[in-house]
Design a protein around this ligand. Sequence first.
Ligand SMILES: *Cc1c(COP(=O)(O)O)cnc(C)c1O
Length: 354
Amino acid sequence: MSQFLRAKYAGLEAYTPGEQPRDKKYIKLNTNESPYPPSPAVLAALGREDLADLRLYSDPEGKELKEKLAGLYGVAPNQVFLSNGSDDILNFTFMAFGQDGAVFPGLTYSFYPVFADLHGVPYEKVPLKEDFTVDVAGLSGRGKLTVLANPNAPTGIALPLDRVEEIIASNPDHVVVVDEAYVDFGGDSAAALLGKYHNLLVVMTYSKSRSMAGARLGFALGSSEIIEDLEKLKYSTNPYNVNRLTLKLGAAAVDSDDYFRANARRIMDTRAKATQALRELGFTVPDSQANFLFITHPKLDGGEFYAKCKEKGVLIRHFSDPVIAQYNRVTIGAEEEMETFLQVVQEIMKEEGL
Ligand SMILES: *Cc1c(COP(=O)(O)O)cnc(C)c1O
């Protein structure tokens, strides 16, 4: 740390992204990326001219892409906000709406407390219930910015839409953010409730189901007033926050929407097989509606299991939080990748005499 950093940031604990190692080729099941490439339409969307046009700024309004997303989700274009990944939207959300503090589940996306700390927003964590589901009553009517990942991470468990609605309805004077990074893998989107609630902000990303994590594109759907607030912060930070190439790729992805939905179904099929296989090996695996599984085994230490998988060339995600130290999060890869992972699991169990 330099002597120049503002004192209020001295104690900030930054988010730790999943490893992106370069030392050898791993089967990468640690950051919930898609094993499949983006759609053929996305792959074909950019020509030399687009690269030549990089001399020009991107459209700060992202007009074309907003119109396409608005059409896809049945809202008006001024109800769509675009950003450089959805993390950026979450950042703006804490910055904009954290006046009275924030509340979110005790076990959820670990970036929320970082954004809260960054913007000096006091927050409260409501512990999950014993079965790892979200405590709806505990999150209802709290009179704060309320943030819910649905399906939740790292558990993969989805809350039914009527329960999500309870949380939104109980909090009319504060924004309720539903972070739907994983909704395309079997969850029900709260976008269906947008006509009914002016305090709802649904946050989505191209990073997971649309296979475009590297393009950095997220979007949010909400009332035109909430979107206007986010735009104000965006125009006070970085008006060109989505680059030209990504805007074009994002539009091509909407035009080929069926492609990513088919991939999501493939991932859901693979998930069902992997869940069953792991349960047969004695793992506890909650039913996941996301593109990952949250797994633990009564006779395998979570940290050691992670390290052994890595040694054998499979990267999964282990969290340092002591509450979940016995768990690992495993992204659903392609069929062959999951078969290899299951072989590795069996090898490890054999070595442990299980
Ligand atoms: C991956 C993820 C995000 C962020 O994705 P971006 O790549 O920044 O769009 C947001 N929320 C949750 C719960 C995630 O898992």
